[in-house]
Design a protein around this ligand. Structure first.
Ligand SMILES: Cc1cc2nc3c(=O)[nH]c(=O)nc-3n(C[C@H](O)[C@H](O)[C@H](O)COP(=O)(O)OP(=O)(O)OC[C@H]3O[C@@H](n4cnc5c(N)ncnc54)[C@H](O)[C@@H]3O)c2cc1C
Length: 380
């Protein structure tokens, strides 16, 4: 075991993977989680997450996603759980929009296994979707879905089996660098570590208030719709999808529990305080996503049978904040994943461990540099 001790504040989507990767490397690592393990009150709840590699958010993510795919498999092999199912993913939208251009660029630059269908071909192959004549449908064969609660559980339990310490129902209320150590207070006790990584998701700005202008916790609402045609929405015939239209950006996942289909909007429902978030949703707020279901999925009922409320931390440029905290020696931040961080969680675990190993990552993560929002040199 390494003599370096590391504290991980927040054992959710990213923190559980950081814990796993650090424990694997033999660090003396301790995780703190304010709720129970794999709870669904924050960014890891809601049954499923999309995994895709031909990336609408920009080709710079593809190397991270390719590594993440390998690490998902590694975590499955180490724990025996099925976490990532690659049943394919459809990226749908009008030609020549930034998001579709990014997908095509990702495929070209990184040789992703994919097929590009025009609207006519798409209608024949995937008749569940109502397409517009100007739409293209790109099948990313390296896409699929992840089970988020199970993934957090698997990574944290694996970390503990490898020697990590885990304090559940333990809220960290102070982090302070004292000489060469980082002092953490939690549930009235004080701990000292050589280094600390903060993976607090929507609570990140409670720990780093200077980020408040550029990182905001936002409410996300998920919706599930029923149909008389369930067989057409099973994973083997209905790939996950992400779609851009003039009115809305939305996504969907096949039926996993066998009674309804998750289709959600990427729109958030405003800024919230993560400690006092209201989990009720007024039906009028669902009009846009219900309309999208009505317009683009003729076989689905457009009134959801299940609604659930979650959160994520969103930055102003919708890229996360990953690296050393400017002005501090031994404290790192990994937060603000802006609604698209789950698929990256294992590679972020590796990057967290590399920050501890050598203060930097073996991937190009310059677009995630905390210095753009924090410290003396912030640019936005
Ligand atoms: C409904 C929904 C759907 C999404 N869909 C997708 C998708 O399809 N694909 C995708 O890639 N991404 C998706 N995302 C985004 C992705 O889930 C998030 O970006 C990612 O989970 C963020 O992880 P995190 O570790 O930063 O936050 P979290 O998972 O919320 O983890 C933070 C943890 O820190 C704990 N914590 C905070 N403060 C303290 C403290 N002081 N002391 C102790 N513990 C603390 C919290 O309790 C929490 O467990 C979605 C997000 C949501 C909410």
């Amino acid at each position: 075991m390494s003599n370096t001790s590391v504290g991980v504040v927040g054992v959710g989507s990213i923190g559980s993977m950081v814990l796993w990767q650090l424990a694997k490397k033999g660090y003396d690592v301790t995780g703190f989680e304010q709720f129970g393990l794999a709870h669904d009150r924050s960014a890891a709840g809601g049954e499923s997450r999309m995994f895709r590699t031909a990336y609408m958010e920009g080709p710079e993510y593809v190397p991270l996603l390719k590594k993440s795919k390998l690490l998902w498999k590694e975590l499955e092999d180490e724990t025996g759980f099925d976490l990532l199912t690659l049943n394919g993913g459809l990226m749908i939208g009008p030609k020549s929009t930034t998001r579709i251009d990014n997908v095509i660029q990702s495929i070209k630059d990184f040789d992703i296994d994919a097929e590009i269908l025009d609207a006519q071909q798409g209608k024949i192959r995937y008749p569940q979707h109502q397409l517009n004549p100007e739409d293209v449908m790109i099948l990313d064969k390296e896409a699929g879905y992840i089970r988020p609660e199970l993934a957090v559980f698997a990574a944290a339990e694996r970390a503990v089996a490898l020697g990590a310490h885990l304090y559940l129902h333990t809220m960290v209320d102070g982090i302070e660098e004292v000489s060469d150590k980082v002092r953490v207070t939690a549930n009235g006790k004080t701990f000292e570590f050589d280094q600390v990584i903060v993976t607090a998701g929507p609570w990140t700005t409670k720990i780093f208030p200077e980020l408040q202008e550029n990182l905001k916790p936002r409410k996300i609402v998920m919706t599930w719709y029923p149909t008389h045609h369930l067989a057409n929405y099973k994973p083997d015939v209905f790939p996950v999808f992400a779609r851009t239209t003039d009115e809305i950006q939305f996504f969907g996942i096949p039926t996993l529990e066998g009674s309804m289909i998750k289709i959600g909007s990427v729109d958030t429902f405003g800024e919230v305080d993560p400690d006092t978030i209201h989990r009720d949703v007024h039906l009028s707020k669902l009009a846009k996503i219900n309309d999208a279901v009505k317009n683009y999925f003729p076989e689905l009922k457009s009134d959801p049978t299940r609604i659930s409320v979650h959160m994520d931390g969103y930055t102003t440029d919708e890229h996360a904040v990953v690296g050393a905290v400017p002005g501090l020696k031994n404290t790192f931040i990994m937060g603000g994943y802006s609604g698209h961080g789950f698929k990256l969680a294992p590679v972020m675990g590796q990057i967290g461990s590399e920050l501890i190993d050598k203060g930097g990552a073996s991937f190009d993560i310059s677009h995630l540099n905390p210095g753009r929002f924090m410290g003396m040199n912030k640019t936005i």
